[in-house]
Structure formats: C-alpha cells, structure tokens
Design a protein around this ligand. Sequence first.
Ligand code: FAD
Length: 308
Amino acid sequence: MLRRMLLSASNSEELGRLVSASPLTRPLVDRFVSGETAQDAARAARALAARGLHVSLDRLGEDTADAAEAAHTRDAYLEVLDLIGRADLAPRAEVSLKLSSLGQFLPRDGERIALDHARAVCAGAAERGTTVTLDMEDHTTTDSTLGILRELRRDFPETGVALQACLYRTEADCRDLAGPGSRVRLCKGAYREPESVAPSSRAEVDRAYVRCLKILMAGEGYPMVATHDPRLIEIAGALAVRHGRPQGAYEFQMLYGIRPEEQQRLAAAGETTRVYVPFGDDWYAYFMRRLAERPANLAFFLRSLVTK
Ligand code: FAD
C-alpha cells in the first residue's frame, strides 16, 4: 500500500517541486545520486573503478516533452562518454539510457527521434570501446523500447536492455533475448503497474525473477543480475555454476548507495559487479522509487521534511 502511494507520488509534479525545493532532503538524495554534473558522475566512476567495480552512468530525467530537451540529453550523454574516454574508464564504465528522455513519446515522430539520438549515443560509446544499456520504464513503453533495441542492435549488437521480472510478459522476452551477443539486465521492476500486466505480490515477482534468471543463465547471452536481494544473488551464483558459466560470463549490478559493502564483497570474490550511478538535477522520480523500495528511508526523509 505504502509502496503504491510512493510510486504514485513519483509522478506528481507538484510534490516533486515541494520535495526538490527542500534543502533538508539533500543528504538523503546524495546517498542515491552521485552529483549534478557529468564531472560528478565521472568522479564517482573513477572512485568505484579504483575499488574494482564496474559502472553504468545514468543521466537522470525521463519523459521529455520537448524536442530540444531530447537533443540536449543526447549531447549530455556524448559529454559523459567523452569523459569516460579521457579518464580511460572504458569498457569498465558504460552508460544507461532512458529512451523517454531522448524523446520516445514526443507526439510527432517520437520513436524515430529517440532512435536517432540513441544511435548517436551508441556510436559515441562504440568509439570509446564501451557499451550502452537501455533502461526499461513502465509497461506501456516495453514494446517500443524493445523495437528500438532491435534497430540499434543491427549496428551495435552489444547494446543491452533491462527487463522487469514483475511483468507477466517478461519470461517470453527473456527467451527472445537469450541468444548470442545479447545483454539483458534482469531487474524486479520499479514502476507501479496494473494487475492486468503484473502480479501485486512481491513473492510472486521473486519467483518470476528466478524463472527469468534460469532462462538467461541457460541461454547464450550475457545476463546482468540487477538486484540487492541476497537470496536472488545466491540463486544467480548457483545457476551460473550449474550452467558452466565462469565468473565474467555474467555480472551482478546494484544501485549507487545501496548495499555498498555487498558490492565490494562480490567484486573481491572475483564477480564482475557493476554499480548504476545516476547523476543530474532531475532526481525526484528516481528518488521516490528508491523510497518506495525501502520504508526505512521514508521515515528518515519525512523527519527531514518536518524539522524545518
Ligand atoms: P527489493 O525487493 O527491493 O529488496 C530485496 C532485498 O534486498 C531486501 O529484502 C533486502 O534484503 C535487500 N535490500 C534492498 N535494499 C537494501 C538496502 N538499502 N540495504 C540493505 N539491504 C537491502 N527498474 C526498472 O524498472 N527499470 C530499470 O531499467 C532498472 N534498472 C536497474 C538497474 C540496476 C543496476 C538495479 C540494481 C536496479 C534497477 N531497477 C530498474 C530497479 C529494480 O527494478 C528494483 O526496483 C530495485 O532494484 C529494488 O529491487 P531489489 O531486486 O533490489 O529487491
């Protein structure tokens, strides 16, 4: 119930303005967001890389309603890739993209615009010897995102995509994307979804995650296991052994600021471990999704709002 309320709140522009304006939320936001600029993100990436971790840099922002803003987002990604190249961080550092921030839902030609911008970002990444992974947004975007992925993979076959175990359709999508060269980031799913497309029980989502993992680990692609859940991390390790996948033939992924000691433990054990590092000033929706996942953070956040 609380989770659904917070996920609804993540779409409220009014609440977004209120929360973003409060300087008291800043310490909690800083835990999840590496900074406002590409330079901040590159600094965080360097620090994580020095500790043996891989990173995926994500510029915060979604659902652009303006073609100029979409082009600006593309340029911001090209700047990040330039910093990755100059800091010699490729291929340890890649980028994650939300297609909606590149104009996917602009009323005229949105998908084509997002595809063109994403293609430019993929070209920038390839030039520096690194990769791009497409984030997945709510279920209304899945078909469009997978369609754009198919186009991108013609020229950039290493382009990855996130799939959300919470959606009923995802086992079939995992089967479609379990072929050679494919990179799939399996996550539980962070959006509020109707019961017609996703179960409401978290236990059911966990079971679906395991079924999807089995498909990906048995397949010929490169599974990216994006979760903080200790039980799923253990199951992923056991499935990798069962399918004869050595370390490096799959990877673990976690979010910046969440279970950093576990990130370090996995890397020290020889596992490829990637941290998803968000940056930028449009952090409200991302931040609310993180609160929805962890009520303990909510208590801290509410205290900070009322102790003005
Ligand atoms: P949860 O059910 O949130 O947590 C399971 C268990 O993990 C908890 O019971 C606890 O034991 C442990 N845990 C979780 N958080 C903490 C914490 N702060 N401290 C200590 N223990 C903790 N979602 C999308 O919809 N689209 C995407 O493109 C996308 N990309 C992602 C990329 C990465 C790298 C990651 C890690 C997640 C991504 N997500 C994405 C978010 C994802 O869908 C989940 O919402 C989020 O990861 C929380 O799910 P969880 O698997 O960690 O499990």
